[in-house]
Design a protein around this ligand. Structure first.
Ligand code: UGA
Length: 440
């Protein structure tokens, strides 16, 4: 089959490459000529394990191309995916939909044959129906244009795996239309459906809501354990042992119960806020007020980490050398959008510390966002002369650190484990002062 993918960020680039991997002919479209040039040359403009291989293999096979031309895209296929970003609006909780609208406003006037546009971006409920009406108004093919919604659940760091072996496929369709969207999408995903990936057909608002509800649930699960973590801190209990014990209950499950610095990134934080904003617009704001609490529990963890770091150096950060291990919002990613790690590093510096940050992949992005922090190119360099070491992102390189690896570099043996990923007993036995979030 042939399809296009508008937007070549994490979502779009991965979707384009993976659809080609399924054997389809794909044209990725982006307004940024720099991104298009990189991708056309087989280079992924961000860190995502395994994606470059899939990209190159399919470019070489002639199944995958990239362009900035909407005219070429409209001529290329009758199935168009929309995977542009929907960031948080400046100064507001609501999602900024300008990129989504811009794709529709530019593409629709070029649609002179029956076409299906399938949205993958995370949007406020109601957007898909509105985009459908708008596209039909603008397109020469008018009523022959259908908008459907196929939310994306991929995780950064596992993007290829999540796209080729998803937990489920959800497709929201406009029941007033011909049903062409369902036929085309089922055909496109035929291999996945044959592999018994559940395919759920819904109406448009349900599909839009599935996605935001999933992210709201995950955020709530993380903030739940982080709230319990605060109680653990007040009583001397250990939240990691508690989470292990809770996790054995199959109804609860152990995943997403890792207490620590909490969630960040380009999705969970902005999605729960956009969800609250949309519920407010719909007159259902009371239903989601708990998400405000979820958000503030999450933010409190960052402040708590700064407190633990301050205590580790004796109560004042003025003149203290602090090593921060990790800058990405999570391991296996170079994404620093709303990164708890960088936030903590920035706050420590604000309080007078000399902060040295190291991350295996996210240094370039961090420098762009926080140019005033000091960046090191190795753990040893970041820890040179440190009065305390803060572990902020649980990269394998940091999880596997042994106390002996840091001795000889640090000035004082103090470590704060913001991701509860080190063996507290091992560090304590080696003479370190170990602090973890929610660990007594
Ligand atoms: C999230 C969802 O997991 C995906 O299903 C969704 O498609 C995606 O958002 C999106 O909307 O595009 P992602 O942002 O890549 O994916 O990252 P997650 O793996 O969900 O982690 C989010 C944050 O939660 C990270 O900062 C992570 O460190 C934190 N986290 C995760 C915890 O603090 N504790 C946990 O137990 C798990």
């Amino acid at each position: 089959m042939r399809c296009t993918v508008f937007g070549t960020g994490y979502l779009g680039a991965t979707h384009a490459a993976c659809m080609a991997e399924l054997g389809h002919e794909v044209l990725g479209v982006d307004i940024d000529p720099g991104k298009v040039a990189k991708l056309s040359g087989g280079e992924v403009p961000f860190y995502e394990p395994g994606l470059a291989d899939v990209l190159r293999r399919n470019i070489d096979a002639g199944r995958l191309q990239f362009t900035t031309s909407y005219v070429d895209a409209a001529a290329f296929a009758d199935l168009h995916f929309l995977g542009v970003g929907t960031p948080q609006k400046k100064g507001e909780y609501a999602a900024d939909l300008r990129h989504v609208y811009s794709v529709i406003d530019t593409l629709a006037p070029l649609l002179d044959r029956p076409a299906v546009i399938v949205g993958k971006s995370t949007v406020p409920v109601g957007t898909a129906a509105e985009l459908g009406s708008r596209a039909r108004e603008l397109a020469p093919a008018a009523d022959e244009v259908e908008v459907a919604w196929n939310p994306e659940f991929l995780r950064e760091g596992f993007a290829v795996e999540d796209t080729l072996r998803p937990d489920r496929l959800v497709l929201g369709v406009d029941r007033a239309r011909s049903g062409r969207a369902e036929v085309l999408v089922r055909e496109l995903y035929a291999d996945l459906i044959a592999d018994e990936v559940p395919f759920l057909l819904t109406d448009l608002p349900t599909a839009e809501l599935v996605k935001v509800s999933a992210n709201a649930f995950l955020a709530t699960k993380i903030s739940f354990i982080n709230a319990i973590s605060e109680v653990c801190e007040a009583t001397g209990a250990d939240v990691t042992a508690l989470a292990d014990a809770l996790g054995y209950d199959a109804r609860i499950g152990r995943r997403f119960l890792n207490a620590g610095l909490g969630f960040g990134g380009g999705c969970l934080p902005k999605d729960i806020r956009a969800f609250m904003a949309r519920a407010g617009e719909l007159g259902a704001n009371q239903a989601l007020t708990f998400l405000r609490e979820v958000d503030s529990i999450n933010m409190r963890r960052r402040t708590k980490m700064v407190e633990l770091g301050t205590r580790a150096v004796g109560g004042s950060l003025l003149g203290a050398n602090i090593a921060v291990l990790g800058a990405a919002f999570k391991p296996e990613s170079d994404d620093v959008r709303d990164s708890p790690a960088l936030n903590v590093a920035g706050m420590m510096q604000l309080h007078g510390a000399v902060v040295s940050v190291y991350d295996p992949k996210a240094l370039d992005n961090s420098r762009r966002l926080f140019p005033t922090l000091n960046y090191a190119t190795s753990v040893a360099e970041a820890c040179a002369g440190a009065d305390a070491v803060l572990l902020a992102t649980e990269w394998d390189e940091f999880r596997s650190l042994r106390p002996a690896d840091l001795e000889g570099h640090v000035r004082a043996r103090a470590i704060v484990d913001g991701r509860n990923c080190l063996d507290a007993d091992e560090w304590t036995a080696a003479g370190w002062s170990y602090r973890g979030l929610g660990r007594g």
